[in-house]
Design a protein around this ligand. Structure first.
Ligand SMILES: C[S@@+](CC[C@H](N)C(=O)[O-])C[C@H]1O[C@@H](n2cnc3c(N)ncnc32)[C@H](O)[C@@H]1O
Length: 230
């Protein structure tokens, strides 16, 4: 993917899949380095916040290399991972079953899972309304969601520091260890993410109640939680 473009629709989907295929072999290494391992804590917090009984079936959408699946297993849940990048699935290191498919068109029966997690992929989807409709379709009434993505801190000082780190340092780490263009795209891809109130409204529109957003680590990451109407 060329760093200066932000494609839309099918072009975006093809470019995102190709980009993750390319960076898959070193994805975990770069992730841990660029977040100082904070990503591990964010996922575990999400899994705990689902408050699902052990044995609950949880679909991890855009599962990448399976980090969320491993945390779900750690907490006694029964995960299934799904991603459209063959490269990411090949690089995955998890005992959870994995499916190659598009998160916007799930090969999963309606009303069949207890929870859905999704880490750092909302901004990669081409249509968030379709994604929200799909997760509402596959969840059982009362089913829980935990969706993570990046955010921009509201504190002005933190915002400047974060923007420098995310915009200048992360692409350098990525270029050194992985793919220059992919890690230049990463900070730009934040532009795809709607405002939080729009995301919350989108979730409510497809039947999620008690939806809320929590900022993590000074506001560099956001977590959306909610339950499907019973
Ligand atoms: C930033 S990675 C996140 C991986 C993992 N969830 C994590 O927390 O590390 C984004 C993932 O979303 C996947 N992805 C993007 N769009 C997708 C779609 N429409 N369907 C399935 N997977 C998708 C990519 O292939 C990639 O593995």
């Amino acid at each position: 993917m060329h760093s200066d473009e932000l494609p839309q629709g099918e072009e975006k989907s093809v470019a995102v899949e190709h980009m993750f295929d390319q960076i898959a072999p070193r994805y975990d290494l770069v992730n841990r380095l660029m977040t100082f391992r904070m990503d591990v804590g964010w996922r575990r917090r999400t899994v705990k916040s689902l408050e699902l009984p052990s044995g609950s079936m949880v679909l991890d959408l855009a599962c990448g290399t399976g980090d969320f699946c491993n945390d779900l297993l750690r907490y006694g849940l029964d995960p299934v991972g799904l991603d459209f990048s063959a490269g990411m699935l090949n690089a995955a290191n998890t005992d959870a079953p994995l499916i190659r498919a598009d998160a916007l068109c799930l090969p999963i029966p309606s009303n069949s899972v207890d929870g859905v997690t999704c880490g750092f992929a909302l901004r990669n989807f081409t249509n968030l309304d379709e994604f929200f409709a799909e997760i509402s379709r596959v969840l059982k009434p009362g089913g829980r969601i935990g969706l993570l993505d990046v955010a921009e801190p509201s504190n002005p000082l933190l915002r400047v520091g974060h923007s420098f780190y995310f915009g200048k340092v992360v692409p350098k780490i990525g270029a050194l260890l992985s793919d220059r263009n992919a890690y230049r795209y990463l900070p730009k891809s934040v532009q795809y993410l709607p405002e939080s109130h729009e995301l919350l409204a989108g979730l409510q529109a497809v039947g999620f109640t008690d939806v809320n957003r929590t900022l993590l680590s000074g506001g560099i990451t956001q977590l959306f939680l909610g339950s499907l109407r019973k």
